[in-house]
Design a binder for this molecule. Sequence first.
Ligand code: GLA
Length: 372
Amino acid sequence: MTETYTYKVSAAGRVNLIGEHVDYCGGKVLPCALSLKNTVFVRPNGTDKINLSWTDLPDKISLELDKLESYRHLKHAKYHAGCAALWREAGHKLVGCDLLMDCTVPFGSGLSSSAAIEVSTISALATAAGEEFDPVEVALIAQKAEHEYAGVNCGIMDQFVSANGKAGHALLLDCATLEREYIPVRLGDCAIVIADCKKPHSLVTSKYNERRGEVEEALRLLRTRISVKCLAEVAPAVLEENRDLFSPVVYRRAKHVVEECERVRLAADAMRAGDMKAFGELLNASHKSLSELYEVTGKELDSLAHAAQSHPACLGSRMTGAGFGGCTVSLVKKEGEEDFKKYVAEHYTKETGYKAVFYPAELSDGIVVEKL
Ligand code: GLA
């Protein structure tokens, strides 16, 4: 079926190792692109339509090139329509084409299936039009599509690593400047284990946007006293000195952000030095902060992370992504990995009734274009 297409263009899902809920505060993050990805088979079709189909859905949808802004009500296709509309608005050429989507990033898992879909769609549209593209620009337009067509006021982390990730590496991304460094992931005798809590998460969008509002409020209040560009550049001691400015909730949110930024710096050092013990401890501290200060974990992610942290082969575990459901990422001694999974799955089901699912954590490239 796919042999009649001209290109195969894919973009990656991601796991964030550390630096959670700081990208939209100008902080640094440390995500990795995964081999779980969205692949788009594409061929120009000589019409004025983008025809969409999916390997795992019966839907077939035709988007007219001159009506791209009118598809916001569509469940799946709004992402593609939005990406196409915004890519053209940014000055790029679109041509009629057929796109066949094949996604291996589990939906709702917090591993950024939507970023993978957006980034691969834009790259496929550019490829069909015979254009070279800049993966950084693709990521920025994909983020805009998420804001304007999916209603999530997200930061740049997911789309950036989905486009620019590198196999075997973590991406240390400064979200204020988009400067990046690729750090080789050398885990020694450890492995990364990703576990999905499988709790259906419904309120992510509203809760996510609410958190963003709270940290913007923190920045606004700080600026009445000191000059700062973003919350990420505020040292924990400075936040403390100005504590009287904030309500208890806003203070807790800001405290998470400034301390998480410190942890990212330390975690990047630990990764460069191959110090897995230190890295693991930072994962645990990050989870605690996301649970108690940022309040984005919930019973299920707490139960999954705590079960992981209590296993002897585990050096550290935390929730990854937006939270309110989704996955944990754990650092586990390879020799104990199988026992770890069994133990975590049993404890988690006993506590919550849900069945955890484990995904392969193979670190891959961001966008890959192949001529067929
Ligand atoms: C989601 C968003 C990202 C980031 C994370 C939390 O994945 O899309 O921009 O804010 O949540 O770190």
